[in-house]
Design a protein around this ligand. Structure first.
Ligand code: CNA
Length: 286
């Protein structure tokens, strides 16, 4: 996306730009997936170079999702523990897209951020925790998938995962894992509670997701008919979700989320202020 002329629907794009410029949007919703964190060095699942391309062969799985299936994990936790060894995200920094979310929170115009991501980069970008719905859990906490007892994530990583040992729950003897939601596990109750914040939103950014995971992929349908839905992604997801270009308030911006966000910020006239925000946040992370 070089300039507005390259946007497929320049009039719609301009409406979003003008709406942000004129403070017309006061209740913004974000619905995000792994694609917003790839620029931070965290691979997604389904891109060509994503996790799924590697894990199936490496762990001799019938299908890649098997690695994250709760029944498979309980009967054999070794493949997932081995996968975790290479998934250290402590050093990862928030991307421009995460920082944009933090910036809009500071402007007090964000209703909620629903994410499938487990990396917590939103919090590093200055998003207040009460704005977040971590629909698929967080990698920064550990617990028993059965009795829900909490364990120390550092002990799980340093004393067990890194030493090829399995950590078992002291109460129910189930293997312990980071508190990320596996296929076959229930989503956190906050997923449902926060529906109330979706219906009233006037603008939603749906970013970096293949929208293949149910029920998360149903969230865009919960918006009221008067709300804008701006889908930002590297590729179309037409086979699974139809963003209706003919519907006046759907807009698909194809490309890298960071590039599109940077252009949007510039077009709205927030560039300098946004850059200062980013600088402050990133400085404090050092
Ligand atoms: P996915 O199915 O891997 O889809 C990612 C989508 O993002 C694809 O359509 C890509 O084309 C697109 N994409 C990748 N990079 C970019 C980019 N820079 N700009 C724009 N688009 C991009 O991932 P979903 O989130 O849709 O699937 C849900 C899974 C992935 C959830 O259960 C997550 O827990 C899980 N996941 C999370 C992380 C993380 O926390 N960072 C990493 C890997 C997987």
């Amino acid at each position: 996306m070089g300039n507005t002329n390259n946007v497929e629907h320049p009039n719609k794009y301009q409406e979003i730009v003008d709406g942000l410029k004129n403070n017309q949007f006061r209740k913004i919703l974000f619905i995000t997936g792994a694609g917003i964190s790839t620029a931070a060095g965290i691979p997604d699942f389904r891109s060509k170079d994503g996790c799924f391309a590697q894990v199936q062969k490496k762990y001799l799985l019938s299908y890649p999702e098997e690695l994250f299936q709760i029944s498979s994990f309980k009967s054999n936790p070794y493949p997932f523990y081995d996968f975790c060894k290479g998934f250290n995200i402590d050093h990862c920094k928030p991307t421009k897209t995460h920082l944009f979310m933090g910036y809009l929170c500071k402007k007090n115009i964000v209703n909620k951020i629903y994410t499938q991501n487990v990396d917590g980069l939103e919090l590093k970008a200055g998003v207040p925790v009460d704005k977040m719905v971590f629909a698929h859990g967080k990698i920064t906490e550990a617990g028993c998938p059965i009795c829900k007892r909490t364990y120390d994530i550092n002990i799980l990583r340093d004393e067990y995962v890194m030493k090829d040992k399995i950590m078992y729950c002291t109460l129910c003897k189930t293997p312990i894992k980071p508190k990320v939601i596996f296929y076959g596990e229930a989503l956190p109750i906050s997923f449902l509670w926060n529906f109330v914040f979706i219906a009233g939103c006037d603008l939603a950014f749906i970013m970096g997701s293949s929208l293949r995971v149910y029920p998360f992929n149903q969230l865009p349908n919960r918006l009221s008919s008067g709300a804008w839905r701006v889908f930002v992604n590297k590729e179309t997801v037409d086979d699974i979700f139809k963003f209706d270009d003919l519907y006046s308030k759907d807009l698909f911006l194809q490309g890298y989320t960071d590039e599109i966000i940077e252009k949007l910020v510039k077009d709205v006239g927030w560039e300098e202020d946004f850059n200062n925000y980013c600088q402050n946040i990133l400085q404090n992370l050092k």
